[in-house]
Design a protein around this ligand. Structure first.
Ligand SMILES: *Cc1c(COP(=O)(O)O)cnc(C)c1O
Ligand SMILES: [Zn+2]
Length: 428
């Protein structure tokens, strides 16, 4: 079996200037663009490669049980001494009543909220932490809207590396904050937004020599490619027409395009699905750029209830543009009202997700209503985070009866008597 090794190259995604793969450099020294990892294409292709992936599913213990490392032939990484829980292995399931709500009866969801720390961030983090350990990092850091912090804290704990997280004050959901604290990360609540946190984390990396594990770290994106690879395998390598995903800092949008190109080049799929990247109206710089043919990115001051995509100056913009262009993709927006309704429907289907994840399903509904996606299209929507991540959003939604909220399910307080219980049930 080929394991990518010395041939691993780190280079600028724009001007191709080479960098040292074991450095903690994320940006090109010449032009400032993000760096990308490149490995020679695998020697096995098509059916032979499919068989390798399938055989690993039957193993117990070790890296082959990971839904990330199992696909290592398609990742530009070294795959020895990995730090894994394992992660991935998330279900691809029918959307139930959420499919009907979206107007797409066959809609399926890939539930990345069922990763070890409750979000897809674990897929990038297993690769990022493995690399941090390899280069002997004395500490790791990230700026985060919450899920990266939760994931990094857990993986750093597994690896025995001290962790430092920068989160924006008042903008992080309770489930995520509690995870960072519980897993033992030094948690710094920064008076500023996510973009200010990222700037600070980048400076800390440069000036204090801390290993940076934001998604600007090219190793993280390699791991995130496996969301798509695992999903394609679950589809029997019969690719869907569309893949919908929420878009914030654009790491996933970038990684999905990379994964689809790799799957096509290796003969795993014959047809590349189109990407539908969905932003919240109040944090939609990518959608605005899409509307003007990606002429320019205008950073904005973000404002949405979906904290995981509350980002105004997305770091992986250039590579995400490439993904949308190469897949004939679309970028759209949904309002906070729409994404919260989508979340209520997904939750009520027993599936559950956090607000940002629901944005993708709301985006599918909008595109079907506008006739951009046909209602018999084969669509997979990626649910990025777990329902327990943002309890305030859920309880807030159901806690009050708001006109027009058909799905509102407020708790009812009763006396501890069978009579009051009867009265209450009769009323319902
Ligand atoms: C990080 C995150 C996103 C945004 O993904 P990007 O790669 O930053 O665009 C969406 N949903 C959840 C739950 C996340 O944790
Ligand atoms: Zn460059």
């Amino acid at each position: 079996m080929q394991d990518v090794d010395e041939a691993l190259i780190l280079r600028c995604s724009k001007c191709s200037t080479a960098a040292e793969p074991d450095s903690n450099q994320a940006q090109c020294a010449v032009c400032g663009a993000l760096l990308e990892l490149v490995a020679p294409p695998p020697k096995v292709r098509g059916d032979a490669l499919r068989r390798i992936f399938a055989d690993r599913r039957g193993t117990h213990g070790g890296r082959d049980t990971s839904g990330v490392w199992r696909y290592r032939e398609l990742l530009a990484v070294r795959a020895d001494d990995v730090i894994t829980f394992p992660e991935g292995n998330t279900p691809l399931i029918h959307g139930g009543r959420a499919a009907h709500w979206a107007g797409c009866p066959t809609l399926r969801v890939k539930h990345e909220g069922l990763n070890p720390t409750g979000s897809f961030k674990d897929r990038g983090m297993t690769v990022g932490i493995t690399q941090a350990k390899r280069v002997g990092a004395w500490a790791v850091a990230c700026a985060s809207t919450g899920n990266t912090a939760a994931s990094m804290a857990a993986y750093a704990a597994r690896a025995g590396i001290p962790a430092l997280v920068f989160i924006p004050a008042g903008k992080v959901a309770m489930g995520k904050l509690s995870q960072a604290l519980a897993y033992g990360a030094r948690t710094l609540v920064v008076r500023g937004d996510f973009d200010a946190c990222l700037e600070l984390a980048r400076r800390a990396a440069r000036e204090l020599g801390i290993y940076l594990l934001n998604s600007v770290n090219p190793y993280r994106l390699e791991g995130q490619k496996t969301i798509v690879l695992e999903m394609l395998e679950q589809c029997g390598w019969d690719a869907p027409d569309w893949i919908a995903l929420p878009a914030g800092n654009l790491g996933n949008t970038a990684a999905f395009g990379m994964a689809l190109a790799a799957a096509r080049d290796c003969g795993l799929i014959s047809r590349v699905p189109r990407l539908l990247a969905v932003q919240a109206e109040g944090a939609a710089p990518f959608a605005h750029a899409f509307d003007v043919g990606f002429e320019a990115l205008q950073p904005i001051r973000p404002n949405t209830v979906a904290t995981a995509i509350n980002i105004g100056d997305p770091a992986s913009y250039d590579r995400a543009v490439r993904s949308i262009r190469e897949t004939d993709g679309i970028v759209t927006t949904v309002s906070d009202t729409e994404l919260l309704e989508a979340k209520a429907v997904i939750d009520a289907a027993g599936i559950g997700c956090e607000p940002a994840s629901a944005a993708a399903v709301a985006g599918v509904r909008r595109m079907i209503r506008e006739g951009v996606i046909s209602d018999d299209a084969d669509v997979v929507s990626v649910l990025t985070g777990h329902v327990l991540k943002d309890p305030e959003a859920t309880v807030g939604y159901h806690g009050q009866s708001v006109p027009g909220r058909a799905l509102s399910n407020p708790p009812v307080e009763i006396d501890a008597t069978i009579d009051d219980l009867r009265r209450t049930l009769d009323r319902a």
